[in-house]
Design a protein around this ligand. Structure first.
Ligand code: NAP
Length: 327
């Protein structure tokens, strides 16, 4: 086997996927259980022809300029907001990602966060562990109803649609908001389009599942939160910066909304002394939307397949900037 390529892997992926990469090149892997330090990343990327990366890495134009031989980038995630896609496209570099394979798993998690937030599961668990459970009480830890209520989905993409399917099993009315109305989803899933403001005002539970872009950054700010019902919950299972953390902490502490469930935060990781973590009505988990044994291995394999294809001169099967092939 002729080893042609030099591949940088910024974090050891699950399963045996590194073996896939060694079939096409020499592989350098950052092996520690923390993101690769910037200075090391900048030096290792020099001379690389392939990059296998994670959502914690920043891949911007400056980094790409350090790697003039780079032929392909492949990320083990569906969201690629940490990568300057335009800069990659300008340099003719396809960027791989992992759509579909994590859709149902992440939808399970987003829906679960909504249930846990509405029914105060984290607070209830803390209550038991702290020895608070002395008796059954008629008004102990009352929560918000879920079945039969109205769910607002911001971003009816792959995961948003999977959440809408779950909502129908709970007898919920599902609303959605995004830039482009989706009549096919409306007919197939029974979801109804609303402007963002109308969705926020009408929904009993809101789940944020839009991509992070310049346009969506901070879209849930104090103005947006003020439009929500005081009995409503908010779940963010997309990317932290879609929600203004300070505005959310303020809204939760003042009872502007009932509760929040966050899989993602801004900043991420969230510092332990962050005001959100002091609030009993805020459930925060560490970005584990796709974190099941099976799905993470599938993601790792899909990312490896993307890189191997590109380095073998084939079209990348799951490319986040397909326009690169039109140049
Ligand atoms: P997708 O199919 O590409 O859906 C993205 C959605 O965002 C689309 O419906 C899009 O609709 C909407 N959107 C884009 N710009 C918008 C705007 N300005 N206003 C409102 N909506 C907008 O992606 P997906 O696979 O469902 O994943 C969605 C996001 O979830 C990813 O981008 C990723 O960041 C996140 N994610 C998180 C986890 C986790 O572990 N928590 C796991 C997987 C994915 P329009 O284009 O019509 O606006």
């Amino acid at each position: 086997m002729v080893v042609d390529h030099r591949i940088v892997v910024t974090r050891r992926p699950p399963g045996g996927t590194l073996d896939w990469l060694t079939s096409v090149g020499a592989v350098w892997t950052w092996d520690e259980n923390r993101p690769i330090p910037d200075s090391l990343f900048s030096s290792e990327i020099v001379g690389a022809t392939g990059l296998y990366c994670m959502l914690t890495d920043r891949i911007d134009a400056d980094l790409l300029d350090l790697a003039p031989d780079l032929l392909a980038v492949s990320q083990m995630a569906v969201g690629v907001d940490n990568i300057d896609l335009r800069a990659a496209t300008e340099r003719g570099i396809p960027v791989g990602h992992t759509p579909d394979v994590l859709t149902e798993t992440t939808a399970d998690h987003a829906f679960g966060l909504m249930l846990a937030t509405a029914r105060r599961l984290s607070e209830a668990s803390d209550f038991v562990r702290a020895g608070g459970w002395k008796q059954w009480e008629p008004e102990l830890l009352l929560g918000a109803e879920v079945h039969g209520t109205t769910l607002g989905i911001i971003g009816l993409g792959r995961i948003g649609k999977a959440v809408a399917r779950r909502a129908s099993g709970f007898g919920m009315k599902a609303l959605y908001s995004q830039r482009t109305p989706d009549p096919v989803a409306e007919a197939g899933l029974g979801v109804q389009y609303r402007s963002l403001d109308a969705l926020l005002g009408e929904s009993d539970h809101v789940i944020v599942l839009a991509a992070l872009t310049d346009e969506t950054k901070g879209m849930i700010d104090s103005k947006a939160l003020a439009l929500m019902k005081p009995t409503a919950t908010l779940v963010n299972a997309a990317r932290g910066p879609l929600v203004d953390s300070d505005a959310l902490a303020e809204a939760l502490s003042r009872g502007i909304i009932f509760g929040a469930g966050l899989d993602v935060t801004d900043p991420e990781p969230i510092p332990v002394d962050h005001p959100l973590l002091a609030l009993p009505n805020c459930l925060v988990v560490p970005h584990i939307g796709s974190a099941t044994f099976r799905t993470r291995v599938h993601m790792a394999e899909m990312a490896a397949a993307n890189l191997v294809a590109a380095l073998s001169g084939e079209r990348m099967p799951h490319c986040a900037n397909p326009e690169v092939y039109e140049k």
